[in-house]
Design a protein around this ligand. Structure first.
Ligand SMILES: NC(=O)c1ccc[n+]([C@@H]2O[C@H](COP(=O)([O-])OP(=O)(O)OC[C@H]3O[C@@H](n4cnc5c(N)ncnc54)[C@H](OP(=O)(O)O)[C@@H]3O)[C@@H](O)[C@H]2O)c1
Length: 251
């Protein structure tokens, strides 16, 4: 489908990382873009630079979602916002589990509930869900992160069933490690935490960049209208999902 058939987009997690980069690309492609995140100041800067329309909304606040975004006519919905945490379920806090469920899954379902009926009515739309290889493979990330990202895969496939017979496309983009703030946020989000995360997770690795994710999203959205790219797994060349673990019992 020529990109030009789409007029509007909404991107969550737009204040930084992949979301901000996707907003820039969509604006260059000529879409009206609604940019959603909590940090109003960052969104304002993005709006100044790109002409995107900022919405400072907490995706965990369903009332705010309905109020601020419910009435919009959106052709391309990018569910990009996501949160993670260090550790696993053994040392999880109530707040981090709730945040992962609310942002990684709840908001995806609520935005589909609010915006997909309009796409169906107009017989035109594209939902891009950014999941993670954590949703497909087991490694030592947070239990709730793996679970919520697996749910994003299931939602993506189910939305295809919900809208079959209409010109609605759904693409799950499933990345491996990408250079963003996500690991630094897990360590507290301070400049020191971001630096520490950079040294631990990115220094010396050839990770993906946000530009790689933008190219992937662009490829899916620009594909001819009869083509639905359902699942795109993208990892750094040096990152593989291997490594079955067989630990010795501790004495
Ligand atoms: N980076 C990786 O290695 C990697 C790998 C695989 C998948 N992913 C996934 O890719 C997506 C983008 O991640 P990223 O790495 O670009 O993350 P990031 O740099 O940490 O950015 C996260 C974005 O989500 C927004 N956000 C978080 N909580 C929110 C809330 N309650 N309400 C509204 N917005 C919220 C943040 O904005 P505010 O703080 O301003 O609200 C920010 O814009 C996520 O779904 C992530 O799980 C990342």
């Amino acid at each position: 489908m020529p990109y030009s058939d789409y007029r509007t987009a909404l991107v969550t997690g737009a204040s930084t990382g992949m979301g901000a980069a996707i907003v820039e690309q969509f604006r260059e492609r000529g879409l009206e873009v609604h940019a959603v995140a909590r940090d109003a100041e960052r969104l304002r800067r993005l709006a100044d630079e790109t002409g995107a329309i900022p919405h400072a909304v907490d995706l965990a606040d369903v009332d705010a979602l309905e109020r601020e975004l419910g009435g919009l006519e959106i052709d391309v919905l990018v569910n990009n916002a996501g949160v993670s945490a260090t550790g696993n379920i053994l040392d999880a806090s109530r707040a981090t589990v709730d945040a992962m469920i609310d942002v990684n899954v709840g908001a995806v379902l609520h935005l589909a509930r609010l915006l997909l009926p309009g796409m169906v009515e107009r017989d035109l739309g594209h939902v891009i869900n950014i999941s993670s290889i954590a949703g497909r493979y087991n490694f030592f990330g947070h239990t709730a992160y793996h679970a919520t990202k697996a749910a994003v895969g299931q939602i993506s496939r189910q939305l295809r069933n919900d809208t079959v017979g209409k010109r609605i496309r759904v693409t799950e983009v499933c990345p491996g490690r990408v250079e963003t703030e996500i690991f630094g946020r897990n360590l507290g989000g301070t400049p020191e935490a971001l630096q520490q995360a950079w040294e631990t997770y990115y220094e010396g690795y050839e990770s993906l960049t946000t530009a790689d994710i933008v190219s992937t999203v662009d490829f899916a959205v620009a594909a001819p209208r009869h083509v639905n790219l359902g699942l795109i797994e993208i990892t750094p060349t040096f990152q593989v999902a291997g490594g079955l673990t067989f630990d010795r019992r501790e004495a």
